[in-house]
Design a protein around this ligand. Sequence first.
Ligand SMILES: Cc1cc2nc3c(=O)[nH]c(=O)nc-3n(C[C@H](O)[C@H](O)[C@H](O)COP(=O)(O)OP(=O)(O)OC[C@H]3O[C@@H](n4cnc5c(N)ncnc54)[C@H](O)[C@@H]3O)c2cc1C
Length: 419
Amino acid sequence: MQEYDILIIGGGPSGLSTALHLARDFPDLTSRILILEKARYPRPKLCAGGLVIDAEIILQRLGLDVGEVPHVDADRIHFDFESKGINIRVPKRHALRVIRRDEFDNWLAIKTKSKGIEIREGVTTKNIIPYQGHVIVETDQGDFRARVVVGADGSNGVTRRCVFPKVPVHTARVLEVLTPEYNVIARSVGCDKAISTLIEKEIVSPRRHGDASGKNTPRNDEQRKGAYFDFFPVANNIAGYVWDFPTQVNGEMMRCWGIYDTNMLANEKRPQLKDPLAKEMSRFGYDLEKYEIKGHPIRWFSPQNQMSVPRVLLVGDAAGADPFLGEGISIALGYGALAAREIGEAFQQNEFLFNGYKRRLLRSALGQVLIARWIIAQIIYSFKWKWFQILVWRILKPVVVLLAWIFILNWGKRMPSTL
Ligand SMILES: Cc1cc2nc3c(=O)[nH]c(=O)nc-3n(C[C@H](O)[C@H](O)[C@H](O)COP(=O)(O)OP(=O)(O)OC[C@H]3O[C@@H](n4cnc5c(N)ncnc54)[C@H](O)[C@@H]3O)c2cc1C
């Protein structure tokens, strides 16, 4: 049986961030960490790849420049109800940086390895068995013994299921679709030039799609730089939104569309999840049926979520992502910073109960943001009536922007930077 002091299960943003923060703040532990990752980099990960400013702040503090990863910058974020609402810009910078997760996670794994941290790829963890003095980790390539295990294995992770087998989980349903950019749709459906021109005219023709107010008109060049969240599905008992982000795949400009549903209105009568997405995409000339739809759950944070047992900590989606928007990359990076501190102090004190981990999280800037977003999700998705959504997204704009700035963004700066 192989022995390590710290075994991290999962090499996504939360696991890699935990390792990078340990290496920065507790360098003596660096050679005592092993990350077990079931896939091999660059591996696919279903995700729209929207990085908020806080992710960039946490990475910068680790000495990393995410600008090295191929990306597309959205210069504004729209929070809409039926195409009208709030438009958020961040002064002198992009509002959202959009990466592809295969590229981002591969880059982060390379940075992690460059710090001397071992990552074993292609190893699937099957079982976690905590004992008093250590934890046994059973994998498809033999058993490991560790003093501390970090469950960074995502929403469906085995770690959480092993240490909290009977605890109910809150899980959002999410669908995602990649399409060509707005004005290259005709090319994607393989039309000849004449038909292609016709389709493009149809797609960009305001006559077909909308009125002079701009409602239902296709997005122009300026608008293409935006990232859109539209909460219109809430009125139909889908407690979430449809998104439309600019992105790139192998250097080619694309759009990433998707729908997020917290499942908070699961007891009500709901349309099929893909229906609102199909409706929104059709406004821009896309037929959802022509594209590959992929789905994956997101486990979201609730103050009731359990996050540790003696010698085992959960981070990232395993512990709980943002319930309001399902945003989880910056959150995963933030969990890594807090878990590293908890683990480093545990080794200093030779005490591995991790009783204070959840308290540390809830008192941190990340924990406060997660609680705030949990409350916001309860309000926005329970008061599902159209008039309420219009009030929030269109009439109370200044209040909502202020609350968003305080509670949704800008928490990364308030996280402790170094020891
Ligand atoms: C459709 C969709 C769109 C999203 N869009 C966004 C977005 O735009 N912006 C944003 O911030 N968040 C987004 N998210 C959420 C984001 O993807 C997650 O919150 C984030 O990936 C969490 O990181 P993590 O490290 O906790 O888990 P993951 O990224 O899921 O990483 C877990 C890792 O563990 C590995 N693993 C799993 N099981 C095992 C095992 N048994 N043994 C070994 N290794 C294992 C996996 O291979 C993976 O590498 C989206 C999610 C979905 C589903």
